[in-house]
Design a protein. Structure first.
Length: 181
């Protein structure tokens, strides 16, 4: 499917009863971007993180919210936000933050302006919830870092992922924060 640039985004909450649909979308998106990170081409990670049962558990958590990202009435991605807390690696931040844990788009939806619309929506959601800031983690070699910076995020720390099946050179993560709210 060819998506048009600058088409308006529609974001809708995902219900636990949609775990199978979310799993199917995750298993389409993840291989488009991340298989090179893993010795096993991401098989273990996808099997453990994106199966319907695991996602249903996450969808049931009242401290998190999942949302479909629609473009042209087609689900082209999703976001997961954790409603409160702060990054463990920081001091001096209030506990009144919101984590953007996942923002995943199908490859064909990237470069259309959709991501910036989603980031604006996330900031608005954090503001609605009275949060002081939004934070996220991104791979330290990610091509998305300039995108996050363009959307008001700055690098505030680092951490290493613990996954033994992940190639060591890809385990580094940046903590990025947006204090605008």
């Amino acid at each position: 499917m060819q998506l048009q640039p600058h088409t308006a985004v529609r974001i809708e909450k995902i219900g636990v009863e949609e775990a199978d649909l979310l799993s199917a979308l995750c298993l389409r998106i993840y291989p488009q971007f991340y298989l090179y990170l893993w010795y096993d081409q991401g098989e273990w990670y996808q099997r453990t993180r994106y199966n319907a049962e695991q996602l249903a558990t996450e969808l049931s958590d009242p401290a998190s919210e999942f949302y479909w990202i629609y473009q042209q009435d087609v689900p082209v991605g999703y976001i997961k936000i954790n409603l409160q807390g702060k990054p463990a690696e920081t001091t001096g931040l209030s506990d009144n933050g919101m984590e953007l844990e996942r923002i995943y788009l199908l490859k064909e939806a990237t470069g259309t302006g959709l991501g910036s619309q989603v980031m604006d929506w996330v900031a608005d959601r954090a503001s609605e919830l009275g949060r002081d800031y939004v934070y996220l983690y991104t791979m330290d070699g990610s091509a998305a870092i300039p995108f996050y910076e363009k959307n008001g995020y700055y690098k505030a720390g680092t951490k290493q992922l613990p996954f033994e099946r992940m190639k060591p050179q890809y385990r580094g993560m940046y903590l990025m924060i947006k204090d605008q709210l």
